[in-house]
Each structure stands twice: as structure tokens, then as C-alpha cells.
Design a protein around this ligand. Structure first.
Ligand code: NDP
Length: 399
């Protein structure tokens, strides 16, 4: 049985739903639930009622509501593409109903921006004992970047030493300021302090303060800034030979200027403030007035380039490889009506789910992506819309 329940009906979900709908060999029946049922109905219409059998309203913060829904649908797997705040309640509901789980982002409590796996790793024994699997972070970064690292370690090196994940969106959506995925999560991520792994410890930097100008395949030179990104935590745990692991993301000057102004006036804060007798969180309000990332797809030009530089040793020789994918916004729009950031997240979620359901990656417990054989995942990236390339090259980074 390969019935899936997808929770969340935003930008990423729109890709997951449509890609799953194209592949009945992995996903025999699709059910969709989210907070706003009209968004589910729209997606059901677009993907076809023969493939998305039924849609539901659900509050995924509420475990009994989730349990009732899962018992009604009886899926083999829940694909969580709601927000990181819902990870633990959905995992609890999966445990209670005996259903496998997959997500694309680590759990976050609303009150603090932490970006760490501790809460979800604590579910390891419960999932193992229940004979259930939870696959964490099956998006692009985290997700594909973890698999790229595992692929490099398996096929190109005896030991890996230096890892630099680089994420460039070289596209133009024509808006003054917009984020490419959920604005609240995106802004929480980039306004936190920078962090990277070096010689066995985490080192901190001020937010968006360390810059390298990197040359991206198909795009050209772009200013790239060091950020903490959650996959670094699991990658340094699972590849203890890493001496240094960092993450870089490109931002344009106009984006950074808007962000600095918004930060300067307190609009990115997650501390509630009182407004006309009500408590409101400035960042939640900001999200409400920014463009919906799902709506950016039409007319979005250019492409993304996301990849991993890895330096290590093979047969006593040091070398560096770069593995990456380029993804065109316009091609994603033509295929599924989405922009490339939703697409590069949604396709890996579908692939991770397919590998669980067909048994390739099925194993009880809570797992990060790099803990499985990367080969079938890499094959499916080529097959289902995210072809990758690999080259041996000089590292653009100094040691
Ligand atoms: P959106 O904001 O577009 O969509 C989120 C969806 O979840 C919305 O439909 C929203 O409902 C729904 N939702 C929120 N709260 C609840 C709730 N309590 N109960 C039920 N449904 C709820 O986000 P994105 O599609 O951009 O992102 C989805 C996920 O993907 C996020 O976790 C994000 O961090 C992750 N992501 C991962 C990436 C990766 O590479 N690994 C990259 C990009 C994103 P409503 O419509 O009512 O608001």
C-alpha cells in the first residue's frame, strides 16, 4: 500500500502534491490536509481529483485532531510540508497511529530560533521500538546537500575533510522584497548568528558578516554570506572526519538593505508586542504583508545553483570535487506552476517518500538523509527533474 497523507498546502506542498500525482507507481493514493482547506481544494483541482482523493482542514498543532485524521485516511506515510513548528505534533500523531513520517525542516519552537535536531533526535527510540521510520530534512538544503556529501564520501574519497555548501538563487522575481519560502522561517534563519564547524567545535560569527564572492555555474560571481544551516549539525555528526563545515548563501544588496531596515525597526522580531489590546509577533505580521512565495512563480527568470564543495583524501592524494544542480525558475513554472525554490524542495521530498515506500530506504528509527545509500536518491534526482553534475576542481576556499 502506498497511500500518502500530505500536510501543508503552501509553495513546497504544491510541488510535492503534483510530483506525487505524476507517479502512481510510488503513490497509489494521495490525501491532502492543511489549516486552510481552500488551498487544498485548489491543489486538488490542479493535480486532478482522480489522484488527490480527498482534502481536509486540520490544525497540525493539535495531536488528537491529527490522530483522528490519520486514522480516517490510514496512510502508509505522512509527508509533513507544513511548518517546522508542527514537526513534533505530527511525529507524535504518527507514533500514536503507527504511520511513517517525513519532513523537510527541523523542529522549531515558536519562541526561540534554534535550528537544531535535538528534539527530533530524541524520538529515535520511540520510532525504533514502534517499527516506524522518520526521515528528517528531505528537501534540498537540508536534503540533497546531505545526499551529495554522502555520495562524495562513498565514491570519491577515503576521508572527507572540508565541506562548503553553497546556495545561490540567481533568479529575479521582480518584487522589491520577497522571500522564496515561508518568510517567517526564512527570516528567522538568516537573522540568527552565523555558525560553522572547525576543528571539533562550533564557531560563531555576527549575522551576515562573513562574505566570499563565489562563481556559480550558469550564473556567475555572486556575493555569498556564511550562515548556520541545520544540515551542518547532522553532517559533522555523521562524518566525524570533517575538519571544517560551512554553509554559504547569496543575497543581493537590495535584499540586504530591506532586511537591515526591517530589522532596525524591529519588524523581524519574534518577541510579541502589544498592539491595540492584542499581542502580535512583528515577524508574523511581516509575513502577512509580504508576497506569498508560491505566488512568485509567474515571470520568475533565472536559475538556482546549489551544491557542495568537498575536499578530502583518496589513495593518499588530496582533491576537491563540486557536485551541484542548476534549476530554472521558468521550467519549474511550466511543469508544475512553481518557482525553483519550492521545486528544489518539493522534488526531494517526493523522492525521499518514494524511497521509503518502495523499501529502498525503509528502516525503523529517526534518520538524516546522509545515513542512507545515496545512489538510488541520486538516480531519482536525474529522473525526476533535478539533474546534477560533478567535477574535480580547485577549491575556491582557502583552508
Ligand atoms: P508555506 O508557508 O508556503 O506553507 C506552509 C503550509 O503549512 C501552509 O499551507 C500553512 O497553512 C500550513 N500550516 C501552517 N501551520 C499549520 C497548522 N498549524 N496546521 C496545518 N497547516 C498549517 O511554506 P513553504 O511551502 O514555503 O515551506 C514548507 C516547509 O518547507 C517549511 O517547513 C520550510 O521550512 C520547508 N523548506 C525546506 C527547504 C529545504 O530545502 N529543506 C527549503 C524551503 C522550505 P495556511 O495556508 O493556512 O497558512
Amino acid at each position: 500500500m502506498s497511500r500518502v497523507l500530505i500536510i501543508g498546502a503552501g509553495g513546497v506542498s504544491s510541488v510535492v502534491v503534483k510530483k506525487c500525482a505524476m507517479l502512481p507507481q510510488y503513490f497509489s493514493e494521495i490525501y491532502l490536509a492543511s489549516r486552510t482547506v481552500s488551498k487544498c481544494e485548489k491543489l486538488q483541482q490542479e493535480a486532478g481529483k482522480d489522484r488527490v482523493k480527498e482534502v481536509f482542514a486540520v490544525d497540525a498543532d493539535n495531536v488528537p485532531e491529527l490522530v483522528a485524521l490519520i486514522n480516517k485516511v490510514k496512510p502508509a506515510l505522512v509527508i509533513n510540508v507544513a511548518l517546522p513548528y508542527q514537526d513534533l505534533t505530527i511525529m507524535d500523531a504518527c507514533l500514536e497511529t503507527g504511520v511513517h513520517y517525513l519532513d523537510t525542516a527541523n523542529y522549531e519552537p515558536k519562541e526561540v530560533a534554534k535550528f537544531e535536531y535535538s528534539w527530533q533526535w530524541a524520538y529515535q527510540d520511540k520510532f525504533k521500538q514502534a517499527g516506524l521510520m522518520a526521515l528528517l530534512g528531505s528537501g534540498f538544503d537540508p536534503g540533497v546537500t546531505n545526499v551529495f556529501t554522502a555520495y562524495a564520501a562513498k565514491h570519491y574519497f577515503d576521508e572527507i575533510h572540508y565541506l562548503d555548501i553553497v546556495d545561490c538563487n540567481g533568479g529575479d522575481h521582480g518584487q522589491a522584497f520577497a522571500t522564496n519560502f515561508n518568510p517567517e522561517i526564512n527570516i528567522r534563519e538568516i537573522t540568527q548568528r552565523g555558525r560553522f564547524w572547525e576543528n571539533g567545535e562550533w564557531k560563531e560569527t555576527d549575522p551576515i558578516s562573513v562574505r566570499e564572492d563565489l562563481d556559480y555555474h550558469g550564473i556567475g560571481k555572486r556575493a555569498s554570506y556564511l550562515l548556520f544551516h541545520e544540515e551542518l549539525e547532522s553532517l559533522v555528526k555523521h562524518f566525524p572526519t570533517l575538519k571544517r563545515a560551512r554553509f554559504w548563501m547569496t543575497f543581493g544588496d537590495a535584499y540586504l538593505t530591506h532586511l537591515r531596515v526591517l530589522e532596525g525597526i524591529g519588524m523581524t522580531s519574534i518577541e510579541p508586542v502589544e498592539f491595540q489590546g492584542q499581542q502580535i509577533v512583528p515577524l508574523e505580521f511581516l509575513k502577512a504583508v509580504l508576497p506569498d512565495p508560491g505566488s512568485l512563480a509567474e515571470g520568475y527568470t533565472g536559475q538556482t545553483c546549489i551544491g557542495t564543495y568537498i575536499t578530502g583524501v583518496k589513495d593518499g592524494q588530496e582533491k576537491t570535487i563540486f557536485i551541484w544542480n542548476n534549476c530554472e525558475h521558468a521550467i519549474c513554472h511550466e511543469e508544475v506552476g512553481a518557482q525553483a525554490v519550492s521545486y528544489t524542495t518539493g522534488v526531494p521530498a517526493m523522492i525521499g517518500a518514494s524511497l521509503m515506500l518502495d523499501g529502498n530506504w525503509m528502516q525503523p528509527g529517526v534518520w538524516n538523509m546522509e545515513q542512507f545509500d545515496p545512489d538510488p536518491f541520486m538516480e531519482r534526482l536525474n529522473q525526476y527533474g533535478l539533474p546534477w553534475q560533478v567535477i574535480e576542481c580547485d577549491s575556491p576556499f582557502s583552508k
